[in-house]
Design a protein around this ligand. Structure first.
Ligand code: DGL
Length: 268
């Protein structure tokens, strides 16, 4: 049995990371869990997000993955250290990879970060950016409506453009040269966000850098898949499996099968 890379998120957001992993590591099998029944995580208290993350990690561990990727900034901010401490396989979050990409790209040292209320409240980005470069000025903004837009499949159109423009308005005057999409759902809105922020602001998704880091870790552990077989990925959704399937198939440009998971029937 091929050991998989397990990826989790509150919903479809982590698919932005999964897609990049599929592109960079086409031989690797992916197990993806979208907790669509309980999305969004952003407005929830940190303890609740942490409890959900533990629960999903336990669910995924049943499949004996070789690595866990918390492809959710909100869960990474509150739970990465704790999950790492209790699981004996590598656990990767999405905040540091995005931060590294921003540091590489910024010329003005003025970096914007957008994310969920939970992520922004945690201050995790500011801390991670300053840890690498104390000279960076960080401008942060929570965008509470973006996740719901994405989970409903509303990634384009007049209403979406209006909401995105209104929400990002305060960021427009901050003279940043790059903007970290500090929520894995936001790359679904790249076109609209790009239009609002303009060409001079570089949009950074942590997906590229996270996939590269997965590749490096697996290489050093001698765990990169060698076979030429095409892997069969597995997707789990705790909410509306059909909606998840539609959004995921469209985003990944492939027909996928989704296994519905009901939290009522999962043993603690
Ligand atoms: N995609 C997640 C993140 O990166 C969670 C968004 C949410 O559920 O609020 O933060």
């Amino acid at each position: 049995m091929q050991q998989a890379i397990a990826i989790l998120d509150s919903g479809v957001g982590g698919l932005t990371v999964a897609k990049e992993v599929m592109r960079q590591l086409p031989q690797e099998k992916i197990l993806y869990f979208g907790d669509t029944a309980r999305t969004p995580y952003g407005p929830r208290p940190a303890e609740e997000v942490l409890a959900f993350t533990h629960q999903i990690v336990d669910y995924l561990l049943q499949y004996d993955p070789k690595m866990i990727v918390i492809a959710c900034n909100t869960a990474t901010a509150v739970g990465l250290q704790e999950i790492r401490a209790r699981v004996d396989i590598p656990v990767l979050g999405v905040i540091h990879p995005g931060v590294r990409a921003a540091i590489k790209i910024t010329k003005s040292n003025r970096v914007g970060v957008i994310g969920t209320e939970g992520t922004i409240r945690s201050g995790a980005y500011e801390q991670a950016l300053r840890q690498i470069s104390p000279f960076v000025t960080v401008e942060q903004l929570a965008c509470p409506q973006f996740v719901t837009l994405v989970e409903n499949g509303q990634t384009h159109g007049v209403e979406t453009e209006r909401i995105v423009a209104e929400t990002l308005h305060p960021m427009k005057s901050k003279e940043i040269d790059c903007l970290i999409l500090g929520c894995t759902h936001y790359p679904f809105l790249t076109d609209v966000i790009g239009k609002v922020m303009g060409e001079d602001v570089h949009l950074i998704s942590s997906a590229d850098e996270t996939a590269r880091e997965i590749s490096t870790i697996l290489y050093h552990r001698g765990q990169l898949m060698q076979s030429g077989e095409v892997p069969v990925h597995q997707f789990f959704s705790s909410g509306d499996a059909q909606l998840f399937k539609d959004i995921a198939s469209n985003w990944l440009q492939q027909e996928i099968q989704v296994t519905p998971v009901s939290w009522h029937t999962v043993r603690p």
